[in-house]
Write a protein that binds this ligand. Structure first.
Ligand code: ZN
Length: 157
């Protein structure tokens, strides 16, 4: 990877960190969930509004490092407006990419998310980038699998 590409990735991550998307609270959310990455101290609150099988809106508030905040901002930006199935597919791809699955390529229509690929070079930061995606997936699965909807807390091992 060239130095200029690294700079570009860093700029994208800093842009999301400085002006994170998805900060409007969602009082009518269909599910809300939390995430915690003890290795870094990142804390995340996530709320999702689903309407007619579409992810209508996402609220995400991340108190953590630049990587976790930028990653959660990207999640809010890219998953909003997607169908639930598509949102799940994207989160699965990003999670597999961050976990180092060489067979996974980030589709080009996912905007800024490829900037997260740069994080793979810094293994201690991978969990920071993963936090929002794993939290979203677990919250969604919990929402889909239960008739009552208790809040969940996802803690990365
Ligand atoms: Zn972090």
């Amino acid at each position: 990877m060239s130095a200029s590409l690294d700079d570009m990735y860093r700029d994208i991550i800093l842009d999301h960190y400085r002006s994170p998307r998805g900060r409007e609270p969602l009082p009518m959310a269909d599910f809300s969930t939390g995430g915690h990455n003890p290795a870094c101290g990142d804390q995340l609150e996530l709320a999702v509004k689903i309407d007619d099988d579409i992810v209508k809106d996402i609220y995400v508030d991340c108190k953590g490092c630049a990587i976790s905040t930028a990653s959660s901002s990207m999640l809010a930006e890219i998953l909003k407006g997607k169908t639930v199935g598509e949102a799940k597919r994207i989160a699965t791809i990003v999670r597999a990419m961050l976990k180092g699955d060489e067979n996974v390529k980030i589709p080009e229509d996912l905007g800024d998310i490829d900037a997260l690929e740069g994080v793979k070079k810094f293994p201690v930061r991978i969990k920071c980038a993963l936090l929002a995606w794993v939290t979203f997936m677990e919250g969604l699965e919990n929402y889909q699998n239960s008739t009552k909807k208790p809040d969940t807390l996802t803690t990365l091992e």
